[in-house]
Design a binder for this molecule. Structure first.
Ligand SMILES: C/C(=C\Cc1cc(O)c2ccccc2c1O)CCC[C@H](C)CCC[C@H](C)CCCC(C)C
Ligand code: SAM
Length: 230
């Protein structure tokens, strides 16, 4: 399964950023900015972006930590990391970002290292959610926060039906046009398996996060889990 997920993301890498803009009507930028803000990252921090993909969140974190801070972006897709690295090289001044190819279930970092963290659309894709939250908890400093953005299922049946229709009748056909039907058709079943907000809070508490809050966004079609370590 891990290799399957890795190869999905390697295949979509060339069009990933463009499709996110088209399919979310540009809205994913706002949701990602909210994640950065809710991670409470500040100038001088050492910040972590898990499942960084093409680097959207890591680049935003880098703007917040500034010249005195450092950002680490971790992902297991070499193709998306290549895009991320090219994007950061094009920026001036060069952001202080280290792109790390690794599995977020086994982070190559010491305990208590990071002041803040983000994870965008990663948690739903890992094969062991509790383990990934445990690793995040381990590497955060006491007092640090993380914001975890992902799809969510709205409790309202009409909104849920709209979300399903949007995925089946807009997202998948657009991806199909680019030869990526199966890759984008994967989103819907992955969302069906994904724990809802309350369940995410419970999992976060189980791995030791002292505070865990889930905020529905876009009428519950997306969600943000914000966790704090004490
Ligand atoms: C940035 C977004 C999704 C990233 C993403 C996550 C995955 O797990 C994938 C799996 C396989 C292939 C691709 C991805 C992937 O790109 C979020 C934005 C893109 C969404 C496809 C848009 C979905 C929007 C909501 C269902 C409805 C929002 C309505 C609003 C009025 C635009
Ligand atoms: C939907 S993309 C999100 C990328 C980026 N965070 C964003 O918001 O645009 C999911 C990312 O998670 C990565 N990923 C999934 N499981 C992983 C794991 N176990 N370890 C490292 N990366 C993983 C994929 O390679 C992919 O880049």
């Amino acid at each position: 399964m891990t290799n399957e997920i890795q190869s999905i993301f390697n295949r979509i890498a060339p069009v990933y950023d463009q499709l996110n803009d088209w399919l979310s009507l540009g809205q994913h930028r706002i949701w990602k900015e909210m994640a950065v803000k809710w991670s409470a990252v500040k100038p001088g921090d050492t910040a972590l972006d898990l499942c960084c993909g093409s680097g959207d969140l890591a680049l935003r974190l880098a703007r917040r930590v500034g010249a005195t801070g450092q950002v680490y972006g971790v992902d297991f897709s070499p193709n998306l990391l290549e895009t991320a690295s090219l994007r950061s090289q094009k920026q001036y001044p060069q952001p202080a970002i280290a792109w790390v190819e690794a599995d977020v279930l086994n982070l190559p970092f010491e305990d208590n290292q990071f002041d803040a963290a983000t994870m965008g659309y990663g948690l739903r894709n890992v094969k062991d959610i509790p383990r990934s939250l445990q690793e995040l908890h381990r590497v955060l400093k006491p007092g640090a926060k993380a914001a975890i953005l992902d799809f969510h299922r709205p409790s309202n049946p009409q909104l849920r039906a709209f979300q399903q229709l949007y995925l089946d009748s807009f997202v998948v056909p657009v991806a199909n046009y680019l030869g990526l039907k199966e890759e984008y058709a994967y989103i819907s079943p992955s969302l069906d398996r994904f724990p809802i907000g309350k369940e995410q809070i419970e999992l976060a508490h189980q791995v030791g996060f002292a505070i865990a809050t889930h905020y529905p966004i876009v009428n519950g079609m997306m969600g943000m889990l914000v966790v704090s370590k004490f």
